[in-house]
Design a binder for this molecule. Structure first.
Ligand SMILES: NC(=O)c1ccc[n+]([C@@H]2O[C@H](COP(=O)([O-])OP(=O)(O)OC[C@H]3O[C@@H](n4cnc5c(N)ncnc54)[C@H](O)[C@@H]3O)[C@@H](O)[C@H]2O)c1
Length: 360
């Protein structure tokens, strides 16, 4: 069987893990890559010892010179849409890194290009492949909790401010919300079956990011959010209380909890959940219920997590499988556009200082 030929758009940090993951799979080869920084893609393949892969200084040159079957879009957030649409226009399915994009206009441009091309986009949320995520989905979707009416989620770093392309608004578009907030949202929305968001009331902050004292390396270019909190109403009488942080004067933003009319579920603490895997920082999953009229709690054993890199291989593997079979997308944009609408709502609500309708 001929090898599937992959191109990578954006050969920065995360492209390394895409390359490694594709090459851990059978019958797949990364044959080309491009980056707008001249020479960066060539250097990327040299460093990664891929002498046969070709590096280009633009996606247009790459599309013209090399026959591809699919691409990974690994650029910073503000060029996700442009690169994804360009690949779809070439008839190529796309594995798009999270977050989907920055604005709702970009999100709509991606879904319109998908429809027009007949090719699919899958969004890169590798924690979906962790067995504990599957367990969470199984519990929440079983109906055992009764009517779920309130969810609290997020994930906060006490200190963990990134720099570079993640904190400059021109490149990142959005800050912590798009970096790690989107994982927490995907985790609970996926478990709940991706209900449609209706309204958002939110605040974002940038106090630590803009402070020379707390962010000496990047305070000058810091132009995004470093903390965000929101109350989100969704269809079906469901509410999500959400908070996320890159840096704060607190150790945690708290547990993820699901309150149902019959049972409650707590995952504590939340910090390990949004990352690449349910790593060691997630200590317990507990079910709260009444037994013989007595409030009772039952610990649910955590499943052993294969880890970030293994989940990443699963994410690339699911994409490759879908390319070979012609889809559907493993993590489709019809779902993730809801995630994006919440992020967009949070930014708009915070700017206006009042509740806003989700732009869907
Ligand atoms: N899934 C994960 O676990 C994970 C982890 C880290 C980052 N990410 C996501 O991956 C994306 C990239 O993150 P990173 O850390 O690699 O950033 P990075 O800044 O290191 O790399 C991005 C690269 O894209 C290039 N680029 C930008 N626009 C381009 C264009 N139009 N054409 C070609 N190249 C272009 C930049 O020059 C840069 O080299 C971000 O959206 C981030 O959220 C995902």
């Amino acid at each position: 069987m001929p090898k599937l030929r992959i191109g990578i758009i954006g050969t920065g940090g995360i492209a390394n893990l895409h390359l490694k993951s594709y090459h851990a799979l059978e019958n797949v080869e990364v044959v080309a890559g491009c980056d707008i920084v001249p020479g960066k893609a060539k250097a990327f393949f040299k460093t990664n010892k891929c002498p046969d892969a070709k590096g280009f200084d633009s996606k247009e040159e790459m599309f013209k010179a090399v026959k591809l079957d699919a691409v990974s879009v690994c650029t910073y957030n503000s060029t996700h849409a442009e690169c994804t649409v360009a690949a779809l226009e070439q008839g190529l399915p796309v594995l798009l890194e999270k977050p989907m994009c920055v604005t709702m206009d970009e999100a709509r441009a991606i879904t319109a290009a998908e429809k027009k091309s007949g090719k699919f986009v899958t969004v890169g949320f590798q924690p979906r492949y962790d067995p504990n995520m599957q367990l969470l989905k199984k519990i929440v979707s079983s109906g055992d909790l009764g009517k779920i009416y309130y969810v609290q989620t997020g994930g906060g770093r006490w200190r963990g401010m990134p720099g570079g392309t993640f904190v400059d608004k021109k490149l990142a578009g959005v800050g912590v919300l798009a970096d790690i907030g989107c994982y927490s949202l995907d985790m609970v929305l996926y478990a709940l079956g991706y209900p449609k968001p209706l309204t958002v009331s939110a605040m974002t902050a940038d106090y630590l990011g803009k402070s020379k004292k707390y962010n000496p390396d990047f305070y000058k270019t810091f132009s995004v959010d470093d903390f965000s909190s929101a109350f989100i109403r969704l269809e079906g009488g469901l509410t999500i209380d959400f908070r996320t942080s890159w840096a704060m004067h607190m150790d945690t933003t708290g547990a993820t909890i699901f309150l149902g009319s019959e049972k409650g579920l707590k995952i504590s603490p939340t910090e390990g959940l949004w990352g690449g895997a349910w790593d060691g920082s997630c200590k317990d999953v507990t079910l709260f219920h009444d037994e013989f009229g007595i409030p009772t709690s039952t610990a649910i054993p955590l499943q052993e997590s294969p880890g970030w890199e293994e989940n990443f291989i699963s994410k690339c593997g699911a994409f490759v499988k879908a390319v070979k079979t012609g889809g559907p997308a493993p993590i489709p944009t019809e779902q993730i556009i809801y995630n994006q609408a919440i992020i967009d709502g949070i930014i708009r609500s915070s700017a206006k200082g009042c509740e806003v309708k989700c732009d869907l």
